[in-house]
Unconditional design. Structure first.
Length: 237
């Protein structure tokens, strides 16, 4: 995956993106927003805001800054969610998630929906999310992760070589993802489509060394069993 291929893919998707990735995943978008304490003036950065499908679910008193690497996707968002009708929208900006142009600690919440399996370097993106999030703030990721067995696993493996063309990595593993950041894991929740999409919640503080070691061990063991929310949620320990 590289930025040029990503921009090309989403230039193609932009006119019909809402039809393909809208209704079926909107339940996950709603769940992400429900996790937030939407106090007036809450500063939220949404990475990969795309066509703005999540905008209506935010309270009108918060401040959303949405970024995306696709000009065409942002054009759709600006037309569909103008600031005079959606006061929660502070601005939509074209920006690389791996190189955020904001000062440290600029936002109390940083959200990335349908992005980590798209960016060329998800570890770098997660580091940038932590940098621009205020200490103790909330970081939330909503994404599809690779199936560990069954027909979907075979399909994902089959189309994985086409990642550059389809604009995302269908075989991106949850266990691998959890090793890419040292932020404190709050929990893994079902996101959308009967749990095929998962919602990962972090607190923007370093996690204990023991937890980091457990994440790395779970990834290196390479078992076929996908970790369940109860197995990797701190709240369940």
């Amino acid at each position: 995956m590289d930025l040029d291929s990503i921009k090309k893919s989403y230039r193609f998707y932009a006119p019909f993106y809402n039809l393909v990735f809208g209704h079926r995943i909107n339940s996950g978008r709603k769940k992400v927003v429900r996790l937030l304490d939407q106090k007036p003036g809450l500063r939220v950065l949404e990475i990969g805001v795309g066509t703005g499908l999540s905008v209506p679910y935010y309270d009108r008193t918060v401040e959303i800054t949405g970024i995306d690497v696709s000009t065409e996707m942002l054009d759709v968002a600006r037309k569909k969610y103008p600031q005079d009708k959606f006061p929660q929208v502070k601005e939509f900006l074209e920006m690389d998630a791996q190189d955020l142009q904001f000062p440290d600690g600029s936002f109390e919440v940083v959200v990335a929906m349908l992005v980590v399996s798209v960016v060329p370097d998800p570890e770098k993106m997660l580091a940038e999310m932590a940098r621009v999030c205020a200490p103790g703030g909330k970081i939330i990721v909503l994404n599809h992760f690779a199936s560990q067995k069954g027909p979907m696993k075979r399909i994902e493996n089959l189309i994985a070589p086409l990642s550059r063309r389809i604009g995302f990595r269908p075989d991106f593993c949850l266990k691998t993802f959890l090793t890419l950041t040292d932020r404190k894991l709050i929990g893994v929740h079902k996101g959308a489509i009967n749990g095929m999409w998962k919602m990962i919640e972090f607190e923007n503080t370093p996690c204990p060394k023991k937890e980091q070691e457990e994440r790395a061990k779970g990834n290196s063991e390479g078992t076929d069993e996908e970790p369940t929310p109860s197995e990797i949620s701190l709240g369940a320990k």
